[in-house]
Write a protein that binds this ligand. Sequence first.
Ligand SMILES: *Cc1c(COP(=O)(O)O)cnc(C)c1O
Length: 396
Amino acid sequence: MSDSAQGPSTRAVHSGQDSDRRMVTRAKTQPIYQTSVFVYDSLEQVDDFLAGNPDNYMYTRLGNPNHSAVEELLRDLEGGEDALFSASGMAAIAAALLGRLSAGDHLIASRELYGTTQSLIEKELARFGIGASLVDIADLDAVRAAITPRTRLIYTETASNPLVRVSDVPALAALAHAHGLKLLVDNTFLSPVLYQPLRDGADLVIHSTTKYLNGHSDATGGVLVGDAEWIAQARRFQINAGGSASPFESWLTFRGAKTLALRMAAHSRNAQALAEALEGHPQVARVHYPGLPSHPDHALARRLFRKGASGMLAFTLKGGLDQVDRLIGLLQRAVFAPSLAGVASSITHPGKTSHRALSAAALAQLEIHDGTLRVSVGIEDSEDIIADFLQALDAL
Ligand SMILES: *Cc1c(COP(=O)(O)O)cnc(C)c1O
């Protein structure tokens, strides 16, 4: 059960839990229902399932108590009508887009979208006749100019990868709704503890729960939260396309999310401290973190993100690729890993990993240089994270 009068830490620990206590064992925390199918005593129970009784399950691709628990928890944290849990962030995004759009439809998306999302739009949706315009999402005139009679939705990310450019969700929601469009927001980089796009007018929120919501780099998953009609369309697509999560991954995510509020406070605090320490260093040309006054979206971030600017930052070395390689070798604690948002600090090089497919001109336009590194700041003691980066930079 959820009670929106309670704080996010309380809800992260308790939401989605009660259904189990109504069931057989009264386990304090949810067991793993590692089963592909459920048994029935009668035809009447089949009718009850098909009538939509949420405590009745048939086959795990269609639903499982571990899906229900994590869906209820994440629905409550984002403050939406309904939620759908999926096997990965991409499975959730595919369900959101392909469950809703049809041939001839068009969408407008940020040109800084997560690489695989962009690839899904350009390589898959395009083959089924769904068109897209990729624009600078900070330029509301450009967004408005891209609207056609076939446009159905606008798609952005709360904060972009790797330079953490912040989207003006309230302004985009107003623009979308003035033209009868829906707004879809990938909130993976912030988490619902720091920002809730639905409250600012978004219609659907997406997370790769592989990142902060699970937070321990040990489970892949994705979730959609928002508009009940859209979730129903996405659920139908997911059942037909087979993107359902395993019970175990769902359970891991449910377990991981209980500490979300504590982790996000630590990630934000540590990232702020590291960003400030890096900004003064002679080897560093630029630091990109919305918690710094030097970031172009600092004022917007302060307006939207009340409890911190999350744990993602980027910085650009004065040197190029050779210095990047040396830094990777010199770091003793932070590991080089092309993912993000786990409890352990990690770095990656966007030019060689997530943004490898982009041309030199496109990278330059996005301000991603040879010396640009992205840091996913973990929850270690902040003095230790800072000391690791400073000793590596000093030794360059
Ligand atoms: C990782 C990520 C995705 C894709 O999620 P997977 O769980 O890897 O499928 C989508 N959007 C953003 C912003 C991400 O960081």
